[in-house]
Design a protein around this ligand. Structure first.
Ligand code: SF4
Ligand code: SF4
Ligand code: FES
Length: 319
C-alpha cells in the first residue's frame, strides 16, 4: 500500500492510503475531539465534533470517516472549524446532561469556551415515557424562552444496568455495539426524528421484554454515562462511588474457553464494575453477560452485607 501526500495545517505529511483524516491528524500530533467515534466501531458520523476543513470542499468534513486523498489540504483549527465544534458542543450540552463525559471531552469543551447557557434556561423535564411516546412529524414548539432538553427519569427495570437517557447524545455507539459491530442482537435502535429521536427497543417494548441479552456491550461504549452498571448507579446515588480509589485488575474470564480478558474494578475490596480492554484481540472491549455481570460468585454478599458499600451492592442485586 502506497502513501498519500497531503498537508495538515500547512505542514507536509505522508500517510498510508486508506487512512482516515483523523488517523492522519493523530499521527502528525494533531488531535480532534470525537464523541461518536471509537476504534472498534464503524464510523456513523453523527456528532460532527471532529470536523475539519478541506480546501475545495463545500462543507466541513467529518475526519473520523473521511479517507485521505492525494494532495488534500486539511485545516484542523480554522475559524470555521473552531466555531462549528463550539456550536455542536453547545447544542449538545444545552439539551443533554453531560456531567459524566470523559475528562478529555470536558477539556475540549473548555478549549472551545463552550457556553450551553446562552440559549436560555432549561424547560421542565419530560415525565416518564413522554419522549418515547412522541411521533415523527408531531413535534410541539418548545415553551417560549426556554431551552428544550432530553431530561427525563432514569429507566431502572433490571438489576444489571440502568438507562439514563437524559445523558444520551444519540451517538449511536450502543446501537452499533448491540448490532453489527459486536453483539448482533439488534435489541435497540434509534426511533423518531429530529429532536424527538431517541434510543428505543423494537416496538418500544420494555427492555425486559426485548431481545436484549444483557451483554452490557452498550454500556462499554457509551461515552456519557447514559448506560451504567446498576452497581455504579446505586453507589453514585448513595455518594459512595469513589473512582479515584478503585483498583483495576486484569484477569481472564473463568466461564468458558474463549479467554476473554476482564478488568475488575474494585473498591473497598468489592468488585463494583467489569470492563474489557478495547485493544484485546479476543474481545475488542466486548463481553457476554457472564463475563460482564457474573462476578457475584467471587464475593457472595448476602448476610455478609454489613458495610455501606456491601449493603448498597446487595440491594442493587435483589431489587
Ligand atoms: S445489553 Fe447487549 S443485547 Fe442488551 S441492549 Fe445492550 S448491547 Fe444490546
Ligand atoms: S445511550 Fe450512550 S452510547 Fe447510546 S446513543 Fe446515547 S450516548 Fe450514545
Ligand atoms: S467523531 Fe466524527 S462525526 Fe462524531
Amino acid at each position: 500500500m502506497s502513501d498519500v501526500q497531503l498537508t495538515i495545517d500547512g505542514a507536509a505529511a505522508s500517510v498510508p492510503e486508506g487512512a482516515t483524516i483523523l488517523e492522519a491528524c493523530r499521527a502528525e500530533g494533531r488531535d480532534q475531539p470525537t464523541l461518536c467515534y471509537l476504534e472498534t466501531l464503524t464510523p456513523v458520523n453523527t456528532c460532527r465534533v471532529c470536523v475539519v476543513q478541506v480546501a475545495g470542499s463545500r462543507t466541513l468534513v467529518p475526519s473520523c470517516s473521511r479517507v485521505v486523498e492525494e494532495g488534500m489540504e486539511i485545516s484542523t483549527d480554522s475559524p470555521a472549524v473552531r466555531q462549528t465544534r463550539k456550536m455542536v458542543f453547545e447544542f449538545l450540552a444545552s439539551s443533554v446532561d453531560m456531567s459524566l463525559v470523559e475528562d478529555q471531552t470536558q477539556q475540549w469543551m473548555d478549549h472551545y469556551e463552550v457556553d450551553p447557557t446562552r440559549f436560555g434556561p432549561a424547560a421542565p423535564d419530560s415525565p416518564a415515557g413522554a419522549r418515547d411516546a412522541r411521533h415523527a412529524g408531531h413535534h410541539a414548539p418548545p415553551l417560549a424562552g426556554l431551552t428544550e432538553t432530553v431530561a427525563q427519569p432514569v429507566k431502572i427495570d433490571n438489576e444489571l444496568y440502568v438507562r439514563d437517557y437524559a445523558k444520551c447524545i444519540l451517538c449511536y455507539k450502543c446501537v452499533e455495539a448491540c448490532g453489527p459491530d459486536a453483539q448482533n442482537t439488534f435489541a435497540i435502535q434509534v426511533a423518531g426524528r429530529g429532536f424527538d429521536a431517541r434510543i428505543s427497543t423494537e416496538f418500544d417494548v420494555a427492555l425486559t421484554d426485548s431481545a436484549c441479552v444483557y451483554c452490557g456491550n452498550c454500556i462499554g461504549v457509551c461515552p456519557t454515562g447514559a448506560l451504567m452498571f446498576r452497581s455504579e448507579y446505586e453507589l453514585r446515588a448513595a455518594e459512595l462511588w469513589r473512582e479515584d480509589e478503585q483498583s483495576v485488575t486484569r484477569t481472564v474470564c473463568s466461564f468458558c474457553g474463549v479467554g476473554c480478558n476482564l478488568e475488575l474494578h474494585v473498591q473497598d475490596n468489592r468488585i463494583v464494575k467489569v470492563t474489557s480492554p478495547i485493544d484485546h484481540s479476543v474481545t475488542s472491549g466486548h463481553l457476554c453477560i457472564k463475563g460482564r455481570f457474573g462476578y457475584e460468585y467471587v464475593q457472595e454478599l448476602g448476610d455478609l452485607a454489613t458495610t455501606p458499600i456491601d449493603i448498597v451492592l446487595a440491594a442493587a442485586r435483589t431489587s
